[in-house]
Write a protein that binds this ligand. Structure first.
Ligand SMILES: *Cc1c(COP(=O)(O)O)cnc(C)c1O
Length: 371
């Protein structure tokens, strides 16, 4: 018999995954049962109900897609787009860029509304793009752009699109559970997230919600969804509470236990308290970094508390320091992507990692290393 592969625990303060509470790991160790077992269906129904609370929505079709946040991203676009459709996509970082790439692969004409990294996309520019392309199938934006630390405002575009035939798609992978995601109030049609960021659950599921008009769109497609696995009209027959449960694919049973436990912990803490915790520790970290000569990358007034992007003081090379942080202090932070590669750190204070203790440990290590 071989010994289990040793894994050193790390303090996960990167852009994801975030630290996972023991309660959640223990929940995963519960017995695996069948995906049509009534016990499991109960867990799934409860997960879906709890997700509606976290997404602030009454959309009946709300459930976790099997796969990480990228699966939710693909599912949103693959279900709504047909070849030749126009998709208006806001791009001010990596994840907006990926949305555009996915939409192109699905045969859509992409209208890119681009902005410099570190800045929000002015909602009036997105509205203008829609006025120029009123028949666009959807407009998609990233709420929390994890590559830059920018928080995109959502409400103005939502109210505008609600009066049109165009669907509103929002990437909430790094926002759900960390900052408010108001699906109904902001008139969002399709919103997806990931378990491994502010929800504090391991990577593997992508919570998602479809408005009735989005589902109507899926059901009235001319061509079937190009992804069979992510086809919401097929998935609805398994995850929907009213219809007969039809096998589609085997749900990741134990991951569902983990998400359930994570959502129970969110209820225990309370959403408002959870948002306040993220806001407080994020603001503190940002202040402490500036006091040490770091330069915050995201524009002021639009900074995410759960993801801080910052350039190191005095031109210190970031990569060796980040490596030392991991090897000597067991703390993980992320480096920059794309044009920000080699220039910034991306520090996540998400889920169970959003604590003053995380900030203390990180700052103590940074002070040591920069000494
Ligand atoms: C992390 C992330 C994704 C992708 O999620 P994975 O879990 O890595 O597949 C998509 N969008 C945003 C904004 C993200 O931060």
């Amino acid at each position: 018999m071989s010994a289990p592969f040793p894994i050193r625990p790390r303090l996960l303060l990167g852009p994801g995954p975030s630290p996972v509470h023991d309660r959640i790991l223990q929940a995963m160790a519960r017995p695996t049962v069948g995906h049509l077992d009534p016990q499991f269906l109960q867990v799934m129904d409860d997960v879906n109900a709890r997700l509606r609370q976290v997404f602030s929505t009454a959309h009946p079709l709300t459930f976790p897609v099997s796969g990480t946040g990228s699966a939710g991203q693909e599912a949103a676009l693959a279900n709504l787009l047909e070849p030749g459709d126009t998709a208006i996509i806001g791009i001010n970082g990596v994840f907006g860029g990926r949305l555009a790439e996915m939409a192109r692969r699905m045969g859509a004409e992409v209208v890119a509304v681009e902005e410099t990294w570190g800045h929000i996309i002015d909602p009036t520019k997105l509205v203008q793009a829609h006025r120029d392309h009123p028949h666009a199938r959807l407009v998609a934006v990233v709420h929390a752009e994890t590559s830059t630390g920018v928080r995109q405002p959502l409400d103005e575009l939502g109210s505008y699109l609600a009066g049109t035939e165009t669907l509103y798609v929002v990437d909430a992978v790094t926002s759900l559970g960390g900052i408010p995601v108001e699906v109904d109030a902001h008139r969002i049609d399709v919103c997806y997230s990931g378990t491994q960021k502010c929800l504090g659950v391991p990577p593997g599921l992508s919570p998602m919600t479809f408005s009735p008009r989005a589902l109507e769109r899926v059901r009235s497609r001319k061509h079937p969804c190009q992804s069979w696995y992510l086809d919401a009209s097929l998935l609805a027959d398994y995850v929907g509470e009213s219809s007969e449960r039809k096998y589609h694919h085997t749900a990741p049973i134990n991951m569902m236990y983990a998400l359930h436990e994570g959502l129970v912990m969110i209820e225990e803490e309370g959403l408002e308290a959870r948002y306040a915790r993220h806001a407080e520790v994020g603001a503190r970290l940002q202040g402490e970094l500036e006091a040490r000569g770091f330069t915050l990358f995201a524009e002021e007034g639009h900074r995410l508390p759960e993801l801080t992007s910052a350039a190191l003081p005095g031109g210190v090379a970031e990569a060796p320091l980040r490596k030392a942080l991991l090897e000597r202090y067991d703390i993980e932070v992320g480096g920059g992507l794309g044009p920000a590669k080699g220039k910034i750190w991306r520090i996540g204070l998400m889920g169970a990692g959003a604590t003053h203790d995380s900030v203390d440990r990180l700052l103590a290590a940074v002070d040591d290393l920069l000494d």
